[in-house]
Design a binder for this molecule. Structure first.
Ligand code: NAI
Length: 331
């Protein structure tokens, strides 16, 4: 039986992987993340299953190849943490391109409502029998212009949700969706016209810090920022400055550029040495969740099913429809 090393395991991962696996593979669940310190344990495994905060750099790829691992199956849509250049032609990398765009898009809207209407603070108050509503004022979303950066699977679901709220939608994408009825504008126009900006593009060299000081300088005063994509799309220092100057009215974040060693873990008994994160969390106009936008039952089921199907395709010498490396042994 083929053996799969599964990294960064959380209890919710096992539920659906065990159900769908149904004895097909011997899956060994490791709690640690895959990185240069842990890659040694992959010797003797046929495949490796990775996640978003593993650090799968060139050294780790070299070690996987040396350990005779045949395939790297990412159980995520994004793969910016994998050195694809190092993997190309040596280690096929597959992913789950779409599992539930609704999970992420709904979470993005949930975050926007939370930061705008200050819902987290309101609930904390009523739990303490404090029924004052002073300081909880938000704005109507109806009639506001939302600028969507990236109109792929998730971006388009988010657009539909925003239209349901009566918002006007403008968008930027280097590859506009044909016949979608979406009003595409340049990036600078999106920055200057939007009341709310939501990121739904992948992290690449060209999108790194797409929201930087220059971008914030073009934005309207009082803009809301939503990031459910990847932390490094936003220059966090520039965001903090824009929050302090009240250029940005609220930031709704599910991701953070330095999240790797923190997110998904209970750090409540630890002194956090990351001052930038501490400033973000203590800012009253920021809501931050711990990369949980994907976390719905439907998404987890789809992730398990597609990841196992990807492994089946590889080991049955079938074409790898979800490959992100170009040259793979199975075409
Ligand atoms: P997708 O591949 O369907 O769509 C991405 C879109 O972004 C494409 O239309 C592409 O043309 C566009 N794009 C590429 N570079 C761009 C740029 N520089 N500026 C603007 N647009 C650009 O991807 P999908 O499924 O919609 O996911 C989007 C992102 O959401 C993923 O890359 C991932 O980072 C993030 N994500 C976050 C999750 C979470 O739990 N927080 C879960 C799943 C995905």
């Amino acid at each position: 039986m083929k053996r799969i090393a599964f990294f960064d395991t959380k209890p919710y991962d096992k539920i659906w992987f065990d159900e769908y696996n149904d004895g097909r593979y011997e899956i060994v669940y490791f709690e640690g993340k895959l990185n240069r310190n842990t890659v040694g344990i992959t010797a003797g495994f046929d495949g490796v299953c990775g996640f978003v905060n593993d650090d799968i750099n060139a050294d780790v790829i070299n070690s996987l190849v040396k350990n005779n691992v045949k395939i790297l199956a990412m159980r995520s849509a994004g793969y910016s943490n994998v050195d694809l250049k190092a993997a190309e032609g040596r280690l096929p990398v597959v992913r789950v391109p779409a599992y539930s765009p609704y999970a992420v898009a709904e979470h993005a809207m949930g975050l926007l409502l939370t930061v705008n209407r200050k819902l987290a603070r309101a609930v904390t108050r009523t739990r303490d029998f404090n029924f004052s509503i002073a300081g909880l004022m938000g704005v109507d979303l109806h009639g506001k212009t939302v600028g969507v950066i990236g109109t792929g699977t998730i971006g388009r679901v988010f657009i539909d949700i925003c239209r349901g709220f009566g918002m006007k939608v403008i968008a930027f994408d280097p590859y506009p969706a044909k016949d979608s009825g979406i009003d595409y504008v340049t990036l600078n126009e999106l920055f200057s016209r939007s009341d709310i900006i939501s990121l739904h593009c992948p992290l690449t060299d060209s999108s790194y810090h797409i929201l930087n000081e220059a971008a914030f300088s073009l934005m309207k005063k009082g803009v809301f920022i939503i990031n459910t994509s990847r932390g490094a799309l936003v220059d966090t220092t520039a965001l903090l400055n824009a929050l302090n100057s009240e250029k940005v009215r609220g930031a709704a974040l599910d991701v953070y550029e330095e999240e790797t060693d923190l997110f998904f873990e209970d750090m409540s008994g630890t002194i956090i040495k990351d001052d930038t994160l501490a400033l973000l969390i203590s800012n009253p106009n920021v809501v931050l969740t711990s990369h949980q936008a994907f976390l719905t039952e439907e998404a987890l089921q789809a992730i398990a099913k597609v990841t196992l199907d990807n492994l089946d395709d590889y080991f049955a010498d079938k074409p790898l429809k979800n490959a992100v490396t170009r040259s793979n042994p199975n075409k």
